[in-house]
Each structure stands twice: as structure tokens, then as C-alpha cells.
Design a protein around this ligand. Structure first.
Ligand code: ZN
Length: 113
């Protein structure tokens, strides 16, 4: 565990020094798997500047994002759906969005398994 933390610091430092390096570059130079790097990105421990070639796919729609698990749009959609559960939903969701939300919900159930 400690070793992984040291590796994380190494990767983080490498990205700061080489903001335009891509996933493979980081993987090879820091001797860490791209899978591990992606996990750190998902955990929002690593983030990249806008001109970095690195991007991962939004888990809902597949859009390229720089950090986390979902793109801004899906986060917004999810906040709207969650909002209704907590009683603070905005009612600005149109029929098209509702249909899309329903499909995505079905897909997320699938992903949960
Ligand atoms: Zn998305």
C-alpha cells in the first residue's frame, strides 16, 4: 500500500513536469500500469490540463473526460435525477432528456451487475 502511494506521488510529479505526456508515456516512465493510472483518474486523484492528450471515457455516455467517472453533462443529469430523490429537483428536464435518462438508468443497472 505504501509502495503504491509512493508510485502515485511519482506519477503525479511526472505529470506536473510533463503535462503533455500521454498515458503510455507515463506508464513507461513511471513503471505503472495504464489501468492503475486510469483508476487514479477515476478517483479524481489525478487531473490533467486541457491541452493534455489524456482522457478517459465517461462511464455513462463515453464522452472524453479529464478526471472522475462522468462528464459534466451526465453529472448534471444525475444531479437532476438524484435531486428529485432529495426533493430539490429542477423541473427543466424535457421529454427527450427524460427518455434518455430512463435509458441510461437501465444501462447503469446493467453496469451495476
Ligand atoms: Zn457522459
Amino acid at each position: 500500500m505504501k509502495k503504491l502511494e509512493e508510485k502515485f506521488q511519482e506519477v503525479k510529479q511526472y505529470i506536473e513536469d510533463n503535462p503533455r505526456s500521454d498515458m503510455r508515456d507515463i506508464s513507461e516512465n513511471c513503471d505503472v500500469s495504464t489501468r492503475q493510472i486510469e483508476q487514479w483518474i477515476r478517483e479524481e486523484r489525478l487531473s490533467f490540463s486541457d491541452d493534455s492528450p489524456i482522457g478517459i471515457a465517461c462511464e455513462v455516455c463515453g464522452a472524453t473526460i479529464k478526471t472522475g467517472r462522468y462528464c459534466e453533462r451526465c453529472k448534471y443529469d444525475m444531479a437532476n435525477r438524484l435531486g428529485s430523490m432529495y426533493g430539490s429537483a429542477t423541473s427543466a428536464v424535457g421529454n427527450v432528456d427524460k427518455e434518455r435518462a430512463r435509458r441510461e438508468k437501465a444501462r447503469m443497472r446493467f453496469l451495476d451487475k
